[in-house]
Design a protein around this ligand. Structure first.
Ligand SMILES: Cc1ncc(COP(=O)(O)O)c(C=O)c1O
Length: 611
């Protein structure tokens, strides 16, 4: 008789409550109705999961009637053959469709309705959890019997969890039969030790915070992979929780990201991010200070016209070849989202700036290949090998961060040009020159890029011009490439302080040149100090150093943790590449005085922390 996928079924001879409460599975009755598809795991993407349409709902109500009213006799039969109740006004149903037929469904009762089916069982005073504001009840997991043993029930349960997570839920509650409690436990649900008995069936009241279920999900990544491969996910929320990319910036925990105590910034050294250690040019600071009140309350030029003109003049390119944005991160998301999809082939250096892995792999789910940079070779790009790898034009996009982060290595302009020239025009090159000013503007690919139809140069003004906070950047490319992106750029894309600061910064190249020279001296001196501590230091042209801690000493994570105590924030670089290992540590180059504090903090960590 009734039996569920993974045993998730109500037994048949119990009351109506059972039918409406428990995850249930239909029985032979439903099979006789001929609405069931065959068993076994559906082939790739053969299963659709979507929000129930009105038509689906009629089938759900009919199935419930077939099972609980007709078959089980637990509910008086209705002349219309449908079983539903008032919770259905606000219940969400997710259905699994296989071969055009409904193979299962699950329901989620959101808090907005103000009532749960649990209310029919237990007075709220006895509910064993307090956080009820964003409580969701998961109910009625129903899988037609021919689908037992397939991924279907798991996929529906996962869909219900994602629905709750994506709706800002904090807790899920379920009433599960004792026999199936282990399924919920393994999903992260906690048994509250409260039994609810109906007829011969004993239910356990179980609940979980969204964080608890999320932790369980993270422990079983293969399961989500399988769901992704098997299911055509047509729900309005994404199958995977949108991932965030880790960027350092941990110092804001010390400063307070609510900005309550900004002066605490003076007590910390934020060498975990690569912001410039020197202030923006005097003209930037004086203009912003003098006009701050007006700059803050005034709408900027809509299309950044003055900023575009200033960039074009400074770089010797046409205005139509410049597209500004609120930081290069803004432009990366704009462009990649426009150009790439899951079928796109992308080549990234490894290691490189983590946002590229994040956007291409995690957000857009492209097919990403990694071009390995080797520690034995000092992470220099092997030009001939790279050229050979891209020669057939199979990649849609090749990203070259130059100088690269976290390595600090630089590929000369002529070599980048020759790689591009030898590659079919079907491959687009994205050259990220965030740190190029530290080598010299003359080394930029901007002018070359504008002459070609397959090059985009991404120019952050954050790190080279000390403007990270105001978010100014631009793309430099042929107008044909930029025009579609320009159409998708909102008005006032860069704040007025950001536009003014960038224009003023470009007016004072001599000031910045002096800062780059000072940075180079500070970097070389810091590199020597770190080498004296026994660290391997990768030669760098930029305002940061990639180092490797002694292999027999504490890991980068341990050193980072220890240095934080003295207000020194460093970056554990292990996750910035696939082969960096556990001892890769990156530090920004700061002022000479701060650099000695950083070196002292590392020395102290190495001598104190047990490996
Ligand atoms: C290589 C690289 N590209 C881009 C960025 C993002 O810079 P922004 O968004 O501030 O322009 C960074 C920031 O660290 C970076 O290192």
């Amino acid at each position: 008789m009734a039996n569920s996928l993974q045993g998730n079924l109500a037994s048949t001879q119990h009351g109506e409550r059972v039918a409406t409460l428990i995850e249930s599975i239909s029985t032979e009755k439903v099979i006789q109705h001929g609405r069931l598809a065959g068993g076994g795991e559906p082939s790739a993407a053969a299963m659709v999961i979507r929000e129930a349409t009105e038509q689906d709902r009629q089938e759900i109500y009919r199935t419930r009637h077939d099972v609980y009213a007709v078959e089980l006799g637990q509910h008086p039969q209705n002349p219309d053959g449908l079983l539903k109740n008032h919770l259905d006004q606000f219940n969400r149903y997710f259905v699994a469709i296989i071969d055009g037929q409904m193979a299962g469904f699950i329901s989620v009762t959101p808090p907005e309705g103000g009532e749960y089916s649990l209310d029919g069982y237990l007075d709220r005073k006895q509910w064993p959890f307090e956080d009820r504001d964003r409580l969701f009840e998961v109910r009625l997991l129903t899988v037609k019997s021919g689908r037992r043993g397939s991924l279907l029930a798991t996929a529906l349960m996962y869909a219900s969890f994602r629905a709750v997570e994506a709706s800002g839920g904090t807790r899920l509650v379920v009433i599960g039969r004792t026999e199936v409690a282990s399924i919920y436990r393994s999903s992260g649900y906690v048994d509250h030790g409260i039994e609810l008995v109906k007829g011969d069936v004993t239910f356990l009241l179980m609940s979980a915070t969204v964080d608890q279920v999320r932790k369980q999900v993270e422990k079983r990544p293969q399961l989500v992979d399988r769901i992704e491969q098997t299911v055509d996910w047509q729900l309005s929320f994404p199958l995977r929780k949108p991932a965030a990319c880790f960027h350092g910036g941990g110092f804001f925990e010390d400063v307070g990201d609510g900005f309550q105590s900004l002066s605490r910034r003076e007590e910390i050294i934020n060498a975990d991010v690569l912001d410039a250690w020197f202030p923006a040019a005097p003209g930037v600071i004086s203009t912003l200070s003098e006009h701050l009140d007006w700059l803050v309350r005034t709408s900027p030029p809509t299309g950044c016209e003055g900023l575009i003109a200033a960039i074009a003049a400074a770089r010797g390119v046409a205005e139509t070849s410049v597209l500004p944005g609120a930081g290069s991160s803004d432009l990366i998301f704009l462009a990649f989202n426009q150009w790439l999809s899951s079928s796109s082939r992308v080549l990234l250096l490894d290691p490189t700036y983590g946002e590229y892995f994040h956007v291409c792999e995690k957000v857009l789910r492209c097919q990403v290949d990694r071009f390995q940079l080797r520690r034995e070779a000092g992470f220099e790009v092997a030009v001939e090998q790279l050229q050979a790898q891209v020669a057939d034009g199979d990649y849609d996009l090749v990203v070259v961060v130059n100088p690269n982060s976290p390595t600090g290595r630089h590929l000369p302009l002529s070599e980048v040009q020759s790689i591009i020239e030898a590659t079919p025009a079907s491959t687009l090159f994205w050259i990220d020159e965030t740190y190029i000013e530290y080598v010299g503007s003359a080394h930029s690919l901007e002018q070359f890029g504008c002459q070609r139809k397959n090059v985009v140069v991404c120019k952050s003004m954050s790190k080279g011009y000390a403007l990270s906070g105001v978010r100014s950047a631009y793309l430099c490319a042929s107008p044909e490439i930029l025009e579609p992106l320009r159409a998708l750029t909102p008005p006032w894309a860069v704040s007025l302080p950001g536009q003014v600061a960038a224009v003023k910064a470009l007016e004072d190249p001599e000031y910045y040149q002096r800062q780059y020279q000072a940075t180079a001296l500070a970097r070389e001196s810091m590199a020597r100090d770190l080498q004296e501590l026994g660290l391997e230091v990768i030669p760098s042209v930029a305002n940061f150093l990639l180092t490797f801690l002694p292999a027999d000493g504490p890991t980068a994570a341990q050193v980072v943790q220890h240095c934080r105590r003295s207000g020194v924030h460093l970056r554990d670089a292990s996750n910035m590449g696939s082969a960096l290992g556990t001892h890769a540590l990156r530090t920004a180059v700061k002022s000479p005085q701060q650099n000695s504090q950083i070196v002292t903090a590392i020395a102290e960590a190495l001598s104190t922390v047990q490996a």
